[in-house]
Design a protein around this ligand. Structure first.
Ligand code: IPD
Ligand code: CA
Ligand code: CA
Length: 273
């Protein structure tokens, strides 16, 4: 398996789906929105884009199985697995906010091998494959060099369908508001991770994400010199439904804030501790 060649092909697949999504963005009508579950929206755009990606990847690499958000193809077993979110940032897309991406990751026996995140409206393609530095539009990228939370810009995703961990989360946000340069919620985990990989953000954390939200972006952070974990510190961040990514210099400080608030929180809004 020549991962460099495969990466080029996957970039083309991502861009083709991205071109379709871009076209639909300008034509989109709210009548096309369907509700999958609370605040979890979808339209024919997500589904068509996923079918396009799956069809092309089947030709590119027939041995691999698929895990996709919209379930347009049945999950099957193989040592190789594509993990795909055809449109990460659907709520932004539907509301006319131009931040959303195609996300395609590939794992082999549980180990990430390749990731592509195409941020469509900025025409920015983030990519990585094993053994190589992550790239943005073909140029190498690296994480930031900021050493403290005080100097950092941190990205996150707000809970929107599962609310039992809100008290802990608000305490962490309260601390970060008072002890960082700022917090951003841009509405696409794949973009949050890609921006961490190229040093725009110094760190990112979110609860309750799925593998297709994070697989490609997490690998791009890793291959850009960053570090990732769950909130326990373990490395099950692709399937573990919680993720902390950072430049490696502020991870520990950010993790400590999250862990401290997770273990002590009882009130909805905490103080800066
Ligand atoms: C969502 C985005 C968002 C995150 C959500 C995800 P979707 O993905 O990544 O930033 O906060 O948890 O579900 O639904 O737009 O593909
Ligand atoms: Ca997603
Ligand atoms: Ca999606």
């Amino acid at each position: 398996m020549q991962l460099n060649k495969l990466a080029d092909q996957v970039i083309e697949v991502g861009k083709t789906a991205g071109a379709f999504i871009r076209e639909q963005y300008f034509l989109f009508n709210e009548k096309n929105v369907e509700v999958k579950s609370l605040n979890n929206l979808v339209s024919f755009v997500d589904i068509t884009a996923e079918k396009m990606i799956v069809e092309e990847l089947k030709t590119v690499f027939p041995e691999a199985a698929f895990l996709t958000e919209e379930k347009t193809i049945e999950e099957s077993k193989s040592e190789w697995l594509w993990i795909i979110d055809p449109l990460d940032g659907t709520t932004n897309f539907i509301h006319g906010i131009p931040t959303f991406a195609v996300s395609i990751g590939l794992i082999h026996k549980g180990k990430m091998k390749l990731g592509v995140v195409y941020e469509i409206m900025r025409n920015e393609c983030f990519s990585a494959y094993e053994g190589n530095q992550s790239q943005l539009n073909g140029q190498p990228i690296g994480v930031s060099e900021r050493k403290t939370l005080a100097d950092s810009l941190i990205a996150t995703g707000f809970p929107y369908e599962k609310f039992d961990f809100i008290p802990q989360y608000l305490k962490t946000l309260s601390h970060l508001m008072q002890n960082t340069r700022g917090i951003r919620r841009i509405g696409s985990a794949a973009v949050d991770l890609s921006y961490t990989a190229c040093g725009r953000f110094d760190g990112f954390f979110e609860y309750n994400l799925n593998p297709w939200d994070v697989a490609a972006g997490a690998f791009i952070v890793q291959q850009a010199g960053g570090q990732l974990s769950c909130f326990s510190g373990s490395d099950n961040f692709i399937f573990g439904r919680e993720i902390l990514a950072g430049n490696g210099l502020i991870n520990r400080e950010l993790l400590q804030v999250i862990q401290q608030n997770n273990s002590t929180s009882t009130n909805a809004i905490g103080t800066n501790s």
